[in-house]
Write a protein that binds this ligand. Sequence first.
Ligand code: GYE
Length: 305
Amino acid sequence: GGSDSGSEGGGDDGKLTLGFSQVGAESGWRTANTESIKASAAAAGIELKFSDAQGKQENQISDIRGFITQKVDVIAFSPVVTSGWDAVLKEAKDADIPVILTDRAVDSTDTSLYESFIGSDFKVEGQKAGEWLAKEYEGKTGDVNIVELQGTTGSAPAIDRQTGFADAIKANPNLKIAKSQTGDFKRADGKTVMETFLQSVPKIDVLYAHNDDMGLGAIEAIEAAGKVPGKDIKIITVDAVKDGMTALAAGKINFIVECSPLLGDQLMETAKKVKAGEAVEKRILTKEGTFTPEQAKAELPNRKY
Ligand code: GYE
């Protein structure tokens, strides 16, 4: 952690200073999100104090405390997990520094602790994944063994993508989740956890991975086990970053639910409004769709991230 700042924030040059604490660099999605935030800040003429928490909540808490000490105008962060934020959010509030949640939610019941939450509806994403699967096996009665690679334990996207998916398949008793374990949203972990799934579940029909990277790691494990990803094992992932879309177009993934990392422009716009004392929406939802292999082929040439 630690932001690379010299001068005090909220200086007298009239420039808005935004302190941003990022989760880390765990996935392609995260890299694209970081680039979006940096590019949008530069374009908006906002002075960005960016820090990378390397996946640790304690680093994010000290980043936020640092931003308070530096008296930045606005604080934004993508909370690695949902719980445990009340105290530091209260400190920001007491210092009169507005906070914007970006990408991931917190479970604080006092919603006056932040101005707005900008990001996707992860539950809907999980539902879209489950609905595709239910449709895929419509009218079939045999058991379908699903393995699930969860995102970071305790993070909003892992919690909601799991719940949304489970809700969408629960009316189909033959769709069974055989194993569900975290792969921390990382490619390497997706691979090692998939290896253990392949050893412990005799017949895996479907893999549902909470992000593209874990799915891509799992594909390596599946191929190493002599199976054909996308055929022997159907694969559903979330994100739709370039590497995921490439595997989808190649038929190694069967369906991707989109989650857009391009939150930078909305964040800068919201930060400016908050600073100016204008009203902002408490919840700003990201628009996103889904992709089949055919749609991925068409979209890939234009994909920026
Ligand atoms: O899906 C995953 C990343 O919070 C929406 O975090 C984000 C998730 C994204 O590591 O790839």
